[in-house]
Write a protein that binds this ligand. Structure first.
Ligand code: PMP
Ligand code: GLN
Length: 383
């Protein structure tokens, strides 16, 4: 392995999922749902294969999907993107993020990440030859907040881009409009690009509303927004994502993307276009379901003795393990499947500054009710 990839030899998700499979544990580590997306959407994908849509789709993505993505962002957020030049279909949000950093960051330029960060960010920065600067979220009440002073201090003359992720994996934090405005103010005053990972845009709870940072003043021209069908329509295996942004920035992303994968999988594209156009009611049901599941798992964790943080969105809730007499989340998660038959992931693996996160572990609640009920039983075994 080349040196720039050596720190990233295996992902925590692969490791914990393998451990869960080996031990027969309930996998609340890797975040993926255990039920299917909307039936009509699945049917469109089946028909696309039956109808012979099985060769390379156009490089930027099928027009039907690019148009649906643009129409969706216009309808929900009032953001206007030209489907021909300002929308690019990618192989999941993961490729979108990697291609964006490869296409937009010169070797040696700095990329600001908010930690804990989704694991692919650091690896993608390294692939691009960028230098990462990380700023830790800080505890705020029973949730987390942006450390705006630290964020301002992390931006220097060589900073190219700030990666923002709200709703936030792994903490479930949904940044407030005041926090987003502060980020926008920083980006405009320091002439930064923002890469906004919004894969959980639909999965916000308790009446929260997702605000895309691109909608704030001065941000449309400097924001590359990434999302994906995986979380919105419960098809994480379809790996169909997209990038929206100004033509010049999307073109830079496309330059990298075309040599990573050339195109994204064909038959999924009309199906995702269908979902964006016709399945908003299904998504609203998913959101309600997940909010209830969050409450169920949070309650079970509390009952088992964890210190539970509040989650305002995503698939995830974070918990403090110090009540169990340890602050070593990595060892805790490595032992948990054998100990009680449940898998979780340690949050410290998503952070460069480990100390504030060692005692925090992440649980996914995007599972069927009976699975969560069984997990709740098993968690009581820790008490
Ligand atoms: N960003 C975040 C914050 C995620 O949680 C995920 C999914 N695990 C991704 C990106 C990747 O999404 P995709 O599966 O569409 O590549
Ligand atoms: N997004 C999911 C998570 O955070 C899965 C990621 C993955 O498997 N790479 O758990």
């Amino acid at each position: 392995t080349v040196s720039r990839l050596q720190p990233f030899s295996s992902t925590i998700f692969a490791e914990m999922t393998a451990l869960a499979v080996r031990t027969g544990a309930i996998n609340l580590g890797q975040g993926f749902p255990d039920t299917d997306g909307p039936r009509a959407m699945l049917e469109v994908a089946r028909s696309a294969i039956a109808d012979g849509l099985n060769q390379y789709p156009p490089g930027p993505g099928m027009p039907v999907l690019r148009e649906a993505i643009a129409a969706d962002r216009a309808a929900r957020y009032g953001l206007q993107y030209d489907p021909d030049t300002e929308v690019l279909v990618t192989v999941g949000a993961t490729e979108a993020i990697s291609a964006a950093l490869l296409g937009l960051v010169e070797p040696g330029q700095e990329v600001v990440l908010i930690e804990p960060y989704y694991d692919s960010y650091a690896a993608a920065v390294a692939l691009a030859g960028g230098v990462r600067r990380t700023v830790s979220l800080i505890p705020d009440g029973d949730g987390y907040a942006l450390d705006l002073d630290a964020l301002r201090a992390a931006v220097g003359p060589n900073t190219r881009i700030l990666v923002l992720n709200s709703p936030h994996n792994p903490t479930g934090t949904v940044f407030t409009d005041a926090e987003l405005r502060a980020v926008a103010e920083l980006a405009t005053s320091r002439d930064l690009l923002v890469l906004s990972d919004e894969v959980y845009e639909h999965l916000v709870f308790d009446g929260r509303v997702h605000t895309p940072v691109a909608a704030l003043p001065g941000m449309a021209e400097r924001t590359v927004t990434v999302s994906s069908a995986g979380k919105s329509f419960s098809v994480t295996g379809w790996k169909t994502g997209w990038v929206c942004g100004p033509a010049e920035l999307v073109d830079a992303v496309r330059s990298a993307k075309q040599f990573l994968t050339f195109v994204a999988g064909g038959p999924f594209q009309p199906a995702v276009a269908h979902a964006l156009t016709h399945e908003q009611a299904w998504v609203a049901g998913l959101r309600e379901d997940l909010q209830r599941k969050r409450d169920v798992l949070s309650g079970a964790l509390r009952e088992a003795g964890f210190g539970v943080r509040s989650s305002g969105g995503t698939y995830f809730v974070c918990a403090d393990i110090t009540p169990f007499g340890t602050t070593d989340g990595e060892s805790f998660c490595r032992a948990l499947p054998e100990r009680i038959g449940v898998a979780a992931v340690p949050v410290s693996v998503f952070a460069d500054h480990k100390t504030p996160w060692n005692h925090v572990v992440r649980f996914a609640f995007c599972k069927r009710d009976e699975v969560l009920a069984e997990a709740a039983e098993r968690l009581l075994g820790l008490a």
